[in-house]
Design a protein around this ligand. Structure first.
Ligand SMILES: Nc1ncnc2c1ncn2[C@@H]1O[C@H](COP(=O)(O)OP(=O)(O)OP(=O)(O)O)[C@@H](O)[C@H]1O
Length: 259
């Protein structure tokens, strides 16, 4: 199994609990969404998986990947796992890129971290293929652009490209579709689902149950705790918990207002 989170509890130095007794698994080729309102603890769980918690936090429990506990990796193991086996797409595309380097160059650098001996042309053919899969055209211009010349939605898809070029086993996407308009967001979710059928596992983090509807399983969180977990379509059809019903109601209301 690609990833298993077992009884993960994360607290701050003050003792405040950010995530409490969280357990879930993601199978190969599966998409699991963590859904919850702002402050539920979703990003903190992603950071724990990515080894990004730092000294402000304390974490107990286990995050098992390929027989290793990701909470206890050595520096060497971290280099092998992150950016290659497990990739993270962050919330804010604007801060993910160096503003003074063309995005194509930044993708080349990312690719070379884990691959030797590739010509610029081969790399750009690969970038072009992935960007087109993610719904972007005019890829030559995009790759030659500086980040400030691109829209938030373009940068978000470039961030996803930076993750996909290394063919990760697990993709962690934290609010990765928020800067993209509704139609393109659906297309992008379908594309992520397609990548799952090709063997990648996706942990998708969102406050939007509509985007999460594409996933196989859901984990509904509030105030650091799991409220409800299970098969996506079953939860959407008949939520057991009031909070899940509230989230669904909020989505329907938003949709009506958007009509
Ligand atoms: N370093 C920190 N110092 C203080 N509080 C923190 C810290 N990290 C997280 N928190 C608190 O923990 C809670 C969970 O934060 P987290 O960012 O994981 O939520 P989230 O569900 O991802 O929210 P959002 O959807 O807004 O990104 C919040 O109340 C946040 O303020």
């Amino acid at each position: 199994m690609p990833l298993e989170v077992k009884d993960l509890t994360i607290s701050l130095a003050s003792g405040e609990l950010v995530a409490e007794n969280i357990s879930f698994q993601i199978e190969k080729g599966e998409m699991l969404s963590i859904v919850g309102s702002s402050g539920a603890g979703k990003t903190t769980i992603c950071k724990a998986i990515m080894g990004l918690l730092g000294s402000a936090y304390q974490a107990t429990g286990q995050i098992v990947f390929q027989g290793m506990n990701l909470l206890d990796l050595t520096k060497k193991e971290r280099k092998q796992v992150y950016g290659k086996e497990i990739c993270f797409i962050m919330q804010n595309p604007m801060t993910a890129f160096n503003p003074s380097i063309r995005v194509g160059k930044q993708l080349e650098k990312t690719y070379r971290l884990h691959h030797d001996c590739f010509s610029k042309m081969e790399m750009h053919t690969l970038f072009d293929k992935i960007l087109r899969r993610l719904g972007l055209e005019d890829t030559d211009r995009i790759l030659k652009s500086y980040p400030f010349a691109l829209s938030g939605g373009m940068l978000q898809r470039l961030m996803i490209t930076a993750a996909l070029i290394n063919e990760p086993q697990i993709l962690i996407a934290d609010e990765a579709t928020t800067a993209i308009d509704a139609c393109n967001r659906i297309e992008l979710m379908k594309e992520l689902k397609q990548l799952c059928t090709e063997g990648m596992s996706v942990l998708f983090v969102t406050h939007d149950l509509r985007a999460a509807a594409f996933s196989d399983h859901l984990l509904i969180m509030n105030h650091g705790k799991v409220i409800e977990a299970g098969i996506t379509q079953e939860i959407i059809k008949a939520p057991k918990e009031e909070y899940t019903a509230y989230l669904l109601g909020a989505c329907r209301l938003e949709r009506r207002e958007g009509d």
